[in-house]
Design a protein around this ligand. Structure first.
Ligand code: ATP
Length: 235
């Protein structure tokens, strides 16, 4: 499982995460709800090995994620789909996908198999594979970003704000895709501001405020919590 314990991250004198603890069990979709600036991206950057914590620990299936070596984290099953997608817009969809398999560069046959698997999960990308990624719609670009993260063959996918900037119908499609990815055996930690859509597919969730977990529960519990309803569901 993902075992995050008392994790603290500082930027100079500013503390972005204050002793945060959370878990993701194998097979789960866990949502992390939080407003802009609450620390979601900082947590993801730390779990990806891009940011060193100032205290605490984080491990996936017993492997520490805090050594500050992103390639170690990816090769031990943790792959991030970053906020804003960060695709290479001039490169074709297929070239973007292949870049996601960089850690498996010594296994080209495995990468070809993964590419086929990813196209089965995202049929829309088959017909777009030779198009520049930047020419796709927002929703399709989000699919490319998720598919690229899957090319690293993760067992844990860190998905940062996949609904950002997408129309409600497209958000629904993206979240259905996340569910299919999960059903294919990938655990998911999903950072979202779109609480309604995220709680609709997640098993459990946490609320992050100013770098602290202030609430946790099953999706049903969070959906019915007055604080979540007023802060994140607009009711
Ligand atoms: P968003 O959805 O806007 O990305 P977030 O919840 O992901 O928000 P973070 O980006 O993790 O939040 O930021 C958490 C806090 O840390 C914010 O107050 C932010 O201003 C601060 N912060 C983030 N990166 C840095 C940095 N490199 N240097 C200093 N402060 C930073």
């Amino acid at each position: 499982m993902l075992d995050v314990r008392d994790l603290s991250v500082k930027y100079g004198a500013f503390t972005a995460l204050h002793g945060l603890s959370l878990n993701v069990n194998p097979g789960e979709i866990v949502v992390l709800l939080g407003a802009n600036g609450s620390g979601k991206s900082t947590l993801f950057r730390t779990l990806s090995g891009l940011q060193r914590p100032s205290g605490g620990s984080a491990a996936w299936q017993g492997q520490p994620l805090t050594s500050g070596k992103p390639e170690f984290n990816v090769s031990h099953g943790v792959s991030q789909c970053p906020e804003g997608r960060l695709l290479f817009p001039e490169l074709s969809v297929q070239k973007n996908l292949r870049l996601g398999a960089y850690v498996h560069r010594k296994d080209p046959a495995g990468t070809e198999r993964e590419l086929q698997r990813v196209y089965e999960l995202f049929p829309i990308l088959v017909e777009k594979k030779h198009d520049p990624a930047g020419s796709l719609s927002g929703g399709q670009q989000q699919m490319v970003a998720i598919a690229r993260a899957l090319m690293a063959r993760p067992s844990l996918l860190l998905l940062d704000e996949p609904s950002l900037g997408l129309a409600p119908l497209v958000v629904e499609q993206v979240f259905e895709t996340v569910q299919r990815v999960n059903q294919a055996g990938v655990s998911v930690l999903l950072a979202e501001q779109n609480a309604f859509a995220a709680l609709g597919i997640a098993h459990r969730g946490y609320v992050l405020e100013s770098g602290k977990i202030t609430l946790q529960g099953t999706s049903g519990e969070l959906m019915n919590d007055d604080r979540v309803r007023s802060a994140y569901l607009g009711v």
